[in-house]
Structures are given as structure tokens and as C-alpha cells.
Design a protein around this ligand. Structure first.
Ligand code: ARG
Length: 566
């Protein structure tokens, strides 16, 4: 579609010579109150250089602007020049594109030829995939989809926590109290049970800790039995993680986790030493970061073993060497902010200018509503149980409200899980928020099910109309306020995707989907669609089809499915 902001900036540039075209373009905005106009140009910045009142400047500009077919009216209000675009022009420009491009509409080739590594989820082997992991998983998957939609070449990485002393403990516990059958039957609960039991028994019997340490050393030295057990724990954990990823529609290109970097430790340590970045401190090796206002980063422990930090340094270097990324993104909770600041600074000190392309996309905590999901030690809330419960509850609601739809189980899964996922992505990522069942499963207001329901409603109208092709559309028939507002929203899709990728913020898209749904429902309320008048019916149906197309794409970008009936 035509870019109205550019068009308006073009018109303005002919009147305003104290600002560059780009400065003007940057100032063109959507008015807070849509009744004022569709676009606005604030004159306050100009007032400073021209030393004239903004109100007067706006009036002068409005009076002098040349006429353009695309613009219906121009007015000056309180220091803003407001523009109303011509509806027929707008509708034609936006809807022709949507109807022609279909699922491609809104997407672009902005990132063509550029490589982005997105790391997300990064769950820990043998530990529960709990509610806290859902944010990293869903923000990451959504960003992955957003980058793809903009033509970037993407690599999705799950940096599994599959290395560390806890594996020594698990091996001891498994050999004493575990069995292969029990782990195969229910991997994570069984491994968790073993882990909890180890800690209980180790309180009374301190020798267990020594045993665990020695098994971990064996594992590090490649002992066959230790490796086989570690592999069993890892494989079985992955089976159950992949079941959850399947339910969420989440995929990865690589599961190279912490253990993958074990054999890359010597090289990174050599490099740090030869570049004089590390110093000895009480037998350990550290990087002194005082000059950058940060505490020292521990690189090797007294016993020479490496740490989480060391593995992250090796991982970043590996990703640059392997993928030659233009951007290397980590979707990890804000609790690890310092950790990321430290190692990214160290990469910089190593002299790699790609340090600036490493981005920690942090997010706030999910807390659990009192009662509903409260967690006690050993009594963890598994994400999968939440997804299943959401599906079950949704099925109950469907049975109550719409018992006759086909394939109820699939719809219940799409909507139930969609509700959980949407709630994750609707809040801006840095905000903490509390999980609530009522809010999650509400079908009204700013929720996933509300957007999905609106999409299904548009599908149902299209089914009833049963027309083959959208042709000979008289766009001037879509002049009412509700239609115009909806069309303006549809026209913003690409802009919203670009913004979401720039800010690493899927919530822009979640909010946009709600905006479209609300504007559609107003349009649907104000206008009968399957009317006698064939031309009017065609125009309105084309708008329904356009809405359905954009809603479906927007839902997909925030990882929700779009059932056609619900
Ligand atoms: N496994 C870690 C955790 O659950 C997250 C890993 C984050 N990624 C990284 N490259 N450090 O806390």
C-alpha cells in the first residue's frame, strides 16, 4: 500500500524548509484522538527555530499545503496539522494489497541477506519445564517468527542446561534408587524425585556429596558409564520437552547446550590468557571489570573447572564462527542481566566488534496467583499440566456454549493453549506479571480467545457468503467511520511487525491483533454484511476477507493458531 507517512512528509517538505525530509517523516504520527484525523504533524519543534507560535505555524502550513487526491482534508488544531486520508483511496490501496498478497501481506524483505541467531527456552535437563520457562520460550519463538516474516535468515537455538555438578548427584541417586523403566515412563518427575531424594539423604549422609563430585569428574573425563547415564537423562528429558514444544508449536534448529562447549573450553581459556584479560585471584581466574562498574567475572574455579560464564563466551564465539550472525539474541530473564553485561563486555575486551551485535532480550518474572498454582519445594507446577488444564477448561466452555462444532478437541487445544500463550505475549516483556486462571481463560477483552473468536466469526461470514472471487470492488462504499478505522488498522501491519522486531517486543503484535479484533467487531456491529445490494455486499465482504487474512497472520506471529470455527 502507499505509505501515507511518506506521502504526507512529501507534502510538508514543500512548505517546511528548516527541517530535513527525514526529520519531518519522523515527526508524522497517529493522533491520540482519532477524531482529529488519521495522521498528524506537530509543529512544536518548528516553533523553536521559526520563533513563531505552533498554533500559527500549523495554520499557515495547513492553508498553504497543495491538494492531493490521497488526502481528503487538512486542518490545523492546537499546533498540529491534521490529515484525514481519502477513504476510497485508502481502502483501495490497503485492501488491494491484502487480497492480492494473502498470507504474505505485511511481511517484507527488510532483513534479506542478514543472519539472526535467536536463543530461547534453554531449559535445564532433568529439571521441570515449569511456568517460569514459558516466557523465554514464547517470546523467543515469536521473535523467531517475526524475524522470518521480515526476510531474515534465522537460527533458533535451545542452549540446553545439560552440564554441571548436578549430573554427578543424579548419577549417584539413579544408581542407588532409580531405574531405567521408571525414567522412561515419566522422565522429568522421576529425575526430579531422584534429585530431591539425593538432597534429603545427603543431609544425613555427607559422603553422598563426595560420591557425586567424583561421578561428575568421571563424566568430565569421558567415563563410559557416566556418559551413558548422562545421555539417558538428556535423551529422556528431551522426549518430554519436545512433547511440550509440540503442544506450543515451538521449533529449534539447534539444541547445542552447555555440554556442547566442553571441548571448546581450552581454546577460549588460552585466548583469554594470551590477550591478558584474565588475572589470578586466590587460585581462581577472573576478569576484573571494575573499570566498567561491574563485579569481577569468574572464569575458572580454584580446581580449574569452568563455569556458566566461560561456556557462554565459547558459545558466542562459536555462533559467530559458525553462523556469521548480524545479530545474536538471548531471550533470558532479567535476573541474569549482570551475567550478560559481564560476558558481552569480555567479548568486547577480546577485541571482537561483534560484541555490539549480542543482545540480551530480558523479561520480567511470572508470579503465580495465590492459591491457583502456588509452588512449594518439590511440588513444582509443570508447564505441561497448565497447558492440559487450559485445554480441559476450554473444552468445558465449548461444551457449554457451542457443543455442536466439529473436532472439539482440536479447537479446545488451539484455544486453551492459545489463551496461555497470548497472555504471556500481551504484557510488555520487561513487566512482571501474575498468572491468573480467570484472566487466562476469559474469552472476552484483551485475550487470545477473543482474537481467535473474532477470526472464526469472520470465517463464518465468509462461509455463509460463499463467494468465489473478490472483484469489481467499489471501495468508496466503505466510507463509514467503523470501516475506515478498521482499514487504517489493517494498513499498519507491516509497520507494527517492524516495530516489534526493532524493540524485540512481540507484545506490539499481540496488542495489534486485539486492536484489529475490536475494530472489526465495531464494523460488524455497525454494518450488515450480507445485504441485498450486491456492490455493497461485495465491498463489505472484501473487508471481512482482508480482516480475516491479517488476523490469521498476526495470530501466527504470536504463536497462536486460528481455528475457523469455535
Ligand atoms: N539454562 C539457563 C536457566 O534456566 C538459561 C540459559 C540462558 N542462556 C545462556 N546462553 N546463558 O537459567
Amino acid at each position: 500500500m502507499i505509505d501515507y507517512k511518506v506521502l504526507i512528509a512529501d507534502l510538508l517538505a514543500k512548505q517546511v524548509d528548516t527541517l530535513t525530509f527525514d526529520e519531518i517523516l519522523g515527526l508524522v504520527e497517529y493522533p491520540k484522538n482519532p477524531a482529529m484525523g488519521d495522521y498528524a504533524f506537530p509543529c512544536f519543534k518548528l516553533a523553536k527555530t521559526l520563533r513563531k507560535a505552533p498554533v500559527k505555524i500549523a495554520e499557515d502550513i495547513a492553508a498553504a499545503l497543495p491538494k492531493a487526491d490521497e488526502i481528503e482534508s487538512v486542518s490545523a488544531i492546537s499546533g498540529f496539522v491534521n490529515f484525514k486520508v481519502s477513504t476510497a483511496h485508502l481502502a483501495k490501496s490497503v485492501m488491494t494489497d491484502i487480497l492480492k498478497e494473502g498470507a504474505q501481506y505485511g511481511k517484507s524483505t527488510l532483513g534479506a541477506g542478514k543472519k539472526v541467531v535467536v536463543e530461547y527456552s534453554s531449559v535445564n535437563i532433568a529439571k521441570p519445564f515449569h511456568m517460569g520457562h514459558i516466557r523465554s520460550t514464547m517470546i523467543g519463538e515469536s521473535l523467531h517468527r517475526i524475524y522470518k516474516a521480515l526476510g531474515y535468515d534465522t537460527v533458533a537455538v535451545n542452549h540446553l542446561g545439560d552440564y554441571g555438578t548436578q549430573f554427578g548427584k543424579l548419577i549417584v541417586a539413579y544408581k542407588k534408587w532409580g531405574s531405567r523403566e521408571a525414567i522412561e515412563a515419566a522422565p522429568i518427575p522421576e529425575l526430579l524425585k531422584l534429585y530431591v531424594r539425593f538432597h534429603e539423604e545427603a543431609e544425613a549422609d555427607l559422603s553422598l556429596n563426595d560420591e557425586a563430585r567424583s561421578w561428575f569428574t568421571k563424566l568430565e573425563n569421558g567415563d563410559e558409564e557416566a556418559l551413558a547415564l548422562w545421555n539417558l537423562f538428556r535423551e529422556m528429558s528431551l522426549v518430554s520437552f519436545n512433547r511440550v514444544y509440540g503442544k506450543l508449536g515451538v521449533t529449534f534448529d539447534s539444541y547445542a547446550g552447555e555440554s556442547f562447549y566442553s571441548d571448546k573450553m581450552p581454546a577460549i581459556l588460552d585466548e583469554l590468557r594470551s590477550k591478558n584479560i584474565v588475572e589470578k585471584s586466590e587460585g581462581a581466574e577472573i576478569v576484573n571489570l571494575e573499570a566498567y562498574g561491574m563485579p569481577p567475572a569468574l572464569i575458572t574455579k580454584k580446581d580449574g573447572s569452568t563455569l556458566y560464564m566461560t561456556r557462554d563466551l565459547a558459545a558466542a564465539k562459536y555462533r559467530q564462527d559458525t553462523y556469521h550472525f548480524d545479530k545474536n539474541i538471548y531471550v533470558v530473564g532479567s535476573a541474569q542481566k549482570l551475567h550478560f553485561q559481564q560476558w558481552i563486555k569480555i567479548v568486547e575486551l577480546m577485541g571482537y566488534n561483534w560484541a555490539k551485535d549480542c543482545v540480551h532480550v530480558d523479561f520480567g518474572m511470572v508470579s503465580l496467583e495465590e492459591g491457583a498454582l502456588s509452588t512449594r519445594r518439590g511440588n513444582v507446577i509443570f508447564l505441561e499440566d497448565v497447558l492440559d488444564k487450559a485445554t480441559e477448561k476450554t473444552l468445558e466452555i465449548i461444551n457449554e456454549k457451542n457443543p455442536d462444532i466439529a473436532d472439539k478437541d482440536t479447537v479446545a487445544r488451539q484455544v486453551g493453549i492459545g489463551a496461555v500463550v497470548f497472555q504471556e505475549l500481551f504484557t510488555s516483556r520487561q513487566k512482571d506479571y501474575s498468572f491468573s486462571w480467570d484472566k487466562t481463560l476469559s474469552f472476552e477483552g484483551e485475550t487470545g480467545p477473543y482474537v481467535q473468536y473474532t477470526h472464526a466469526r469472520s470465517c463464518s461470514v465468509l462461509r455463509k457468503a460463499n463467494i468465489e472471487a473478490f472483484e469489481d470492488i467499489d471501495f468508496s462504499l466503505l466510507g463509514d467511520d467503523a470501516s475506515k478505522t478498521l482499514i487504517l488498522s489493517l494498513g499498519k501491519f507491516n509497520e507494527v511487525i517492524v516495530l516489534a522486531h526493532k524493540n524485540y517486543e512481540p507484545h506490539h503484535i499481540a496488542r495489534y491483533a486485539v486492536e484489529i479484533a475490536q475494530n472489526f467487531n465495531r464494523f460488524y456491529h455497525d454494518n450488515a454484511i450480507l445485504v441485498e445490494d450486491a456492490a455493497l455486499k461485495m465491498a463489505r465482504l472484501a473487508l471481512v476477507k482482508s480482516t480475516q487474512t491479517v488476523l490469521k497472520s498476526a495470530l501466527e506471529l504470536v504463536c497462536l493458531e486460528a481455528p475457523e470455527k469455535m
